[in-house]
Design a protein around this ligand. Structure first.
Ligand code: C2E
Ligand code: MG
Ligand code: MG
Length: 734
């Protein structure tokens, strides 16, 4: 009985258990189905979004297993008879002469180009469409990376740029043509054929008009008659000297009476333009009417700017003191605005002086309208203005700037100025609020100083004077002065950071990193002074010192019996382009006696791309000596894969920023992976900079990186400390 009861109980438990299991299963199934449905909906929504997008979109993976285009791109490719496939991606991201391979990773390097990739497509109707492609990594797996690439139609922008280029080219070719230049700049020209019977004058009607010569009196004697006795003697003498070959060219000034009551002053540029064999000899004379210039000089010494009607610099400073006094007395809050036009030089070259003048007038009227009353307005320089206005707050200054921007834009739209100028004509503003103490020159200088603290490409930007910025600027000036003494006083020192091989964990070389042992501020790292040294030009001296010192130290260690190691030295852009770097390297090697194979030069990628042709030829010369070249900070500013292929380099140094988050950021991981593959394809040594942890080291070694450098292995150390901690004697010391 008991047994029967127990049997029923067991059955009951089994049934309960089964029921619970079934319930759990159906719950799980429900959740799985629901999740799948959600995922499907999400992906449908995403596809719908991508399809609705007004930009061309293609998502793809580096193993090409998935390539999907949105509707806009598919339709577009359809009209071209193409499909969104591997070949289309190659068309977008491979350089023409690519021999680096066509793997997805190589395409990825091309796709991630910061400024994007541009392609041109010829449509069936013959028009050309220009598209700019930009890419973003969306996920990364062990074997492949997924990328989203979007294309924007930039045909219109491209055409405007072309127009601009044509204008520039026209302008340049006009420069070559004497006639055109003469026409534009009011330059006159005549030629003199010197024959046995004297000079024959050939002159255009416009030029003879400038000199006041009537059509029926075009002769050298008629010209002589109009020139004062003293100047005439000088002209005769000069022409004689040129026609006899005593000299080839000369500039003289002379007063010419161009009408009964009008005398103008001209500069004559006289040049021998024919050979002297035979009986005739040709002389060309170009001349410029200086009268207006002189008038301008006279006006300049008064207090008005003739173009804008504003006070000129003298006038502004002259009237400034009383303006400040009055504002003080009236208890009025004022600020001075220093305003500088951006790219003015370029605008004058591109559009011509007339447009440039028009732009200055538009600015002057704008400043006048936006300043309110009372105000003091000045034209301080070729392309800068000043305005002392009633202004209590930064908001009011911002308002001034934004109203002025609108005024310039309106003037461009109203076709007073060419619309393309709108893009070019920006300005920078420095603002200083009056403290009631400064004199007008100091007051203006404080605002003006702010202009040079900003190089932003924004249309306009206001920078406000404050004490800390002033101190920073003065500090900077101070550092610049001190840098000059630092070399003389032997205040620089090289530290060395080891580079370790992933193969055998041995030290393979060192990077020399400069330190400044400042007499009162202690050890200063290069990031604080190299930019100032670069701006002031003293960097070339510092780099020369560093190169010599590193070679000297490397040889010293070899002579002391340590295993020879390659030392790398950083060079600056200025050193590369503005000095004879090849001779500097040769000198450093010969003076130290170091074998070239133990020296490596590091230059950054951005530097190398500045002038690729020049870089290639300089680097080739350096390699020919036997010195290695590495590309520093690689992966942050790459421009073109084919450029990289052409550059004679031996080592790629992956930038620290990519290594820092390699274990947490899939984009960094994918980029590093792609760089390693690229380095292998180009048969380069690939070094990872800034390795700080074991995890980073493991990932890099797994990806196939060959050498590593970073705090994980060793910080930059003085020569003495490196010797103690890292160098191995060739024959162990007993
Ligand atoms: P760089 O050539 O990219 O040098 C690597 C910089 O990263 C060094 O900074 C080094 O101390 C630092 N670093 C190395 N490993 C790690 C790490 O694991 N973590 C972190 N957070 N940082 C690490 P340093 O010495 O301050 O040099 C900065 C830059 O100054 C150098 O960048 C180089 O461009 C420039 N420089 C250094 N010496 C010279 C020189 O003699 N001449 C010129 N023209 N430039 C130099
Ligand atoms: Mg370096
Ligand atoms: Mg670096």
């Amino acid at each position: 009985m008991n047994e029967v009861f127990l049997g029923v109980e067991k059955l009951e438990i089994a049934v309960y258990f089964l029921a619970v299991m079934l319930m759990l299963l159906s719950f799980s199934l429900y959740f799985i189905i629901h999740k799948m449905k959600r995922e499907r909906e999400k992906s449908k929504k995403l596809s719908a979004l991508i399809n609705a997008s007004q930009v061309y979109t293609i998502t793809w993976t580096t193993d090409f297993s998935k390539i999907e285009a949105n509707k806009k791109l598919s339709d577009f490719l359809g009209t071209l008879g193409r499909t969104a496939d591997e070949n289309f991606l190659k068309l977008l991201f491979l350089d023409n002469d690519n021999t680096l391979g066509t793997t997805g990773s190589v395409l990825l390097m091309g796709a991630l180009n910061k400024s994007g990739r541009k392609t041109a497509f010829a449509l069936p109707d013959g028009t050309i469409k220009h598209i700019l492609w930009k890419s973003k990594i969306i996920s990364s797996e062990e074997n492949f990376t997924s990328i989203a690439t979007t294309g924007t139609d930039i045909t219109e922008e491209h055409d405007i740029r072309e127009q601009l280029n044509i204008t520039t080219r026209k302008h340049e070719s006009a420069k070559d043509s004497l006639d055109a230049t003469a026409e534009n700049a009011d330059i006159g020209v005549f030629t003199l054929n010197h024959t046995a019977s004297g000079y024959e004058l050939e002159i255009s009607s416009k030029s003879s008009e400038m000199l006041g010569l009537k059509e029926d009196e075009v002769s050298i004697s008629a010209l002589y008659d109009r020139i004062s006795q003293e100047d005439k003697e000088l002209l005769v003498e000069t022409l004689h000297a040129i026609s006899t070959g005593e000299s080839n060219h000369a500039n003289i000034e002379a007063d010419v009476k161009i009408s009964e009551d009008n005398t103008h002053r001209f500069v004559f540029k006289i040049k021998s333009t024919g050979n002297r064999s035979g009986n005739t000899h040709r002389i060309t004379v170009a001349f410029i009417d200086m009268t207006n210039e002189q008038e301008n000089i006279r006006l300049g010494s008064s207090s008005d700017d003739p173009l804008t009607g504003f006070l000129n610099r003298n006038g502004f400073f002259g009237n400034g003191e009383s303006f400040l006094e009055k504002a003080n007395k009236d208890n009025r809050k004022i600020a001075v605005i220093a305003l500088k036009l951006k790219r003015f030089q370029k605008i004058s070259t591109l559009f011509g002086i007339e447009i440039a003048d028009k732009l200055l007038t538009v600015y002057a009227r704008g400043i006048e309208n936006c300043s309110g009353k009372p105000s003091l307005l000045g034209k301080m320089n070729l392309d800068s203005f000043a305005a002392i206005i009633s202004c209590e707050s930064k908001e009011e200054a911002e308002l001034f700037a934004s109203r002025l921007t609108d005024h310039i834009a309106d003037s461009c739209n109203d076709t007073v100025l060419p619309a393309v100028l709108k893009e070019q004509a920006g300005f920078t503003i420095g603002v200083c609020f009056y403290d009631g103490l400064d004199d007008v020159v100091t007051f203006y200088n404080k605002a003006n100083m702010m202009i040079y603290t900003d190089y932003s490409e924004k249309d306009y930007i206001c920078r406000y004077f404050d004490k800390t910025i002033e101190e920073r600027i003065y500090n900077r000036e101070l550092i610049e002065q001190e840098l000059h003494d630092a070399i003389k006083n032997n205040e620089f020192e090289l530290y060395y950071q080891p580079k370790m091989s992933f193969d055998n964990s041995e030290i393979t070389g060192m990077e020399a990193l400069i330190r400044w042992n400042h007499p009162s501020n202690g050890v200063i790292t290069p990031t604080s002074f190299i930019p100032i040294a670069e701006e002031s030009g003293i960097i070339t001296k510092i780099d020369e010192w560093g190169l010599a010192e590193a070679c000297h130290q490397a040889k010293k260690w070899q002579d002391m019996g340590y295993k020879p190691l390659r030392i790398s030295v950083n060079i600056s852009q200025m050193q590369l382009y503005r000095t004879d770097i090849v001779s500097t390297i040769k000198n450093a090697l010969s003076e130290s006696g170091l074998d070239a194979k133990y020296l490596e030069i590091e230059l950054t990628e951005t530097m190398a791309m500045q002038d690729i042709d020049r870089t290639i030829s300089i680097l080739k010369e350096i390699q020919n000596i036997g010195v290695s070249i590495s590309m520093d900070d690689f992966g942050t500013g790459y421009s073109s894969l084919s450029a990289l292929k052409l550059l004679p380099i031996n080592i790629l140094k992956i930038d620290r920023s990519l290594i820092t988050d390699i274990s947490t950021n899939s984009t960094s991981y994918s980029i590093v992976k792609a760089i390693v593959e690229l380095g292998n394809a180009l048969e380069l040594e690939v070094l990872a900079e800034g390795v700080e942890t074991e995890v980073q080291s493991d990932i890099l070694s797994h990806l196939g990186c060959t050498v590593a450098q970073g705090f994980f292995y060793g910080r930059p150390l003085s020569a003495k400390e490196i010797e103690k901690n890292f160098l191995e004697p060739l024959t162990p010391v007993e």
